[in-house]
Design a binder for this molecule. Structure first.
Ligand code: UD1
Length: 427
């Protein structure tokens, strides 16, 4: 099992190119199932979750061809299989995103029921309810969601979601693309990844409007033609490198990114005392010699502060002046990195969904363990800011969402290496 060894305490300095967005790439890969002609997808991040998605498309009968490390050609033209097996869904919950496309294209789907995960119970009721409103009949049998459309084709529907859900919005949007008539999704998620999926679907012949607002209107078409699409830059990877610059009091320019997708995060970084400047496709954060203050924040659906940046800003707060409250409102169990940060000398108390972070002058390196993808990003940031050596265990979590993280950090002057080591302790 891989570990990251970080010798911290040095400001990060330099330029880093941002990869394509994992959370946009996953629904776009699922959307390939809707197209009868081949699609080519560019700027895919080279990550474990992308490989898992390709394995799933393969299992569903698609012909998947790797054009280079960031581009795939997917041909779902003759894909007939409709079963997303347990072995793949258990590796990646986002596999649920094939449910809508399979039902829309074939009128049938069997997708292993995703279980809970480290950050919370994460139900899929909104996905299922929306599909039922579009005419699907769904039962849970043998651990599988078994869905079929008795009428043969889904029908447009008016769907109000009582919780804002990124995944459910994506699943229902994809299902609606090939449905009979018009679908309206109210209280839709507004995340930039939803907008990217809508742009991609429209480029392949769909008729989706309103993406980026809380009301999506989808006019069903008979078939999608296919085509080529370039995935948007990863806003969370961008924010993670900027947070690392802030925690180490350094200066980092992120390139190949989109500043318009990260406003809430940049505002907090400025409030903390950093200088932030942006161009059309770059963001630079300079915190050299700045007095950095801890900042209060609350996670909420876009355009508010993203839950996927919570652990990174917690790590910044842990090294800042003063104290701050963090409210996690999206997932019930997403403050777990606090205990690991405390092993590095941080002063964080967690009560329910709230963390009180009292900044300390210096974190100290320690062995720590990653519990999920974004929690591990927070640990890496803390390790870069800490004096001495930090060993981060269970790095596979971070590899799900960050492409070549140690290489990119080395390019910014960090001392970070990967090594293989046996698991030290049973979970
Ligand atoms: C996506 C992102 C994830 C991010 C999250 C919130 C991907 C692959 N993952 O996850 O990185 O942290 O959005 O921005 O894009 N909920 C229900 N019923 C449902 C679905 C969701 O109650 O059927 C609840 C969840 O438990 C959670 C909230 O809705 O409390 C938001 O979850 P959701 O937006 O669906 O997250 P994901 O799409 O799973």
């Amino acid at each position: 099992m891989a570990q990251l060894i970080v010798s911290g305490g040095r400001p990060l300095e330099g330029e880093v190119a941002i990869s394509g967005a994992k959370n946009a790439a996953l629904p776009i890969l699922a959307a390939a199932l809707l197209a009868e002609q081949p699609v080519t997808i560019d700027n895919l991040p080279d990550l474990k979750d992308i490989t898992t998605s390709i394995e799933l498309l393969d299992a569903l009968g698609c012909r998947c061809q790797r054009l280079d490390s960031h581009s795939w050609r997917i041909d779902a033209g003759s894909a007939e299989r409709v079963v997303a097996p347990y072995e793949l869904v258990v590796k990646m919950r986002a596999s649920i995103l094939v449910l809508g496309p399979l039902l829309a294209r074939h009128g049938r789907a069997e997708v292993s029921f995703p279980g809970g995960c480290a950050i919370g119970s994460r139900p899929v009721d909104l996905h299922l309810r929306g599909l039922e409103m579009m005419g699907a009949v769904i039962e849970i049998d043998g651990g599988y969601i078994k869905a079929q459309v008795p009428a043969g084709r889904l029908r447009g529907s008016h769907i109000l979601m009582d919780v804002v859900s990124v995944g459910a919005t994506e699943n229902l949007m994809m299902a609606a693309v090939l449905a009979q008539g018009q679908t309206v999704i109210e209280n839709a998620a507004r995340e930039p990844e939803i907008v990217d999926l809508a742009h991609c679907l429209n480029a392949w012949g769909a008729r989706v409007s309103g993406a980026g607002s809380n009301r999506l209107v989808i006019d069903g078409v008979a078939a999608l033609s296919g085509g080529r699409y370039t995935v948007m830059p990863d806003r969370i990877e961008t924010g993670t490198f900027l947070a690392a610059a802030l925690a180490t009091r350094g200066r980092v320019r992120t390139t190949h990114t989109d500043p318009t997708t990260l406003e809430a995060v940049l505002l907090k970084m400025q409030e903390a005392g950093a200088e932030v400047s942006c161009g059309s496709d770059w963001i630079e954060l300079d915190s050299r010699g700045c007095a950095i203050r801890a900042v209060d924040f609350r996670t909420a659906p876009y355009p508010a502060f993203p839950t996927d940046m919570q652990s990174q800003l917690m790590a910044v707060n842990a090294t800042a002046e003063g104290s701050a409250m963090i409210h996690e409102t999206i997932f019930e169990n997403r403050l777990m990195q606090a205990q690991e940060l405390n092993r590095m000398g941080a002063k964080i108390t967690v009560e329910g969904h709230t963390a009180l972070v009292k900044g300390v002058a210096q974190l100290r390196g320690a062995p720590v363990r990653a519990s999920d993808l974004r929690a591990s990003a927070g640990l890496v940031i803390a390790a870069l800011a800490a004096s001495g050596e930090t060993i981060i265990d269970r790095v596979y979590h971070i590899d799900r969402g960050y492409e070549r993280i140690e290489e990119k950090l080395q390019g910014l002057g960090a001392t970070i290496v990967r090594r293989d080591s046996p698991e030290t302790e049973a979970s």
